[in-house]
Design a protein around this ligand. Structure first.
Ligand SMILES: [Zn+2]
Length: 126
């Protein structure tokens, strides 16, 4: 399953980052997902939760930022969100448009809490 591999690499990235921050633990990780990646957000969330279950990161929350497909018009220079695979410019109806974004698959942010100074009621030490 595609989503399982992605959930795994997100967790690996979190682990790598947390190795550089002793004394703190991750509470929320955000990923940016473009429409073109065809990733099923629900499936990704499901895989992620299955992976962290009963681990030291069981309280880690996954935030998903969805990025729609965007094109830019060669004729009028405007950019727009592509809907229903219609890549025509909504302003001037030109067919000369190019892909700008929507294939993102990256870590957007990572929120950490320090042990001891936490406001969260979790006791996930170890
Ligand atoms: Zn245009």
């Amino acid at each position: 399953m595609h989503e399982m591999g992605i959930a795994n690499s997100v967790l690996e990235a979190v682990r790598t980052e947390m190795n550089r921050r002793p004394g703190s633990y991750p509470c929320k990780v955000g990923v940016r997902i473009g429409e073109m990646t065809a990733i099923d957000q629900d499936a990704l969330r499901f895989c992620f939760e299955a992976l962290i279950l009963e681990t030291d990161m069981a309280s880690l929350e996954l935030g998903i930022e969805f990025c729609p497909r965007r094109h830019r018009c060669q004729d009028c220079g405007g950019d727009f969100i592509v809907r229903d695979y219609d890549t025509r410019c909504p302003q001037c109806a030109s067919l000369e448009t190019t892909f700008v974004s929507g294939d993102e698959l990256e870590l957007a942010y990572l929120e950490v809490e320090e042990y001891g100074s936490s406001t969260v009621g979790e006791k996930s030490t170890q």
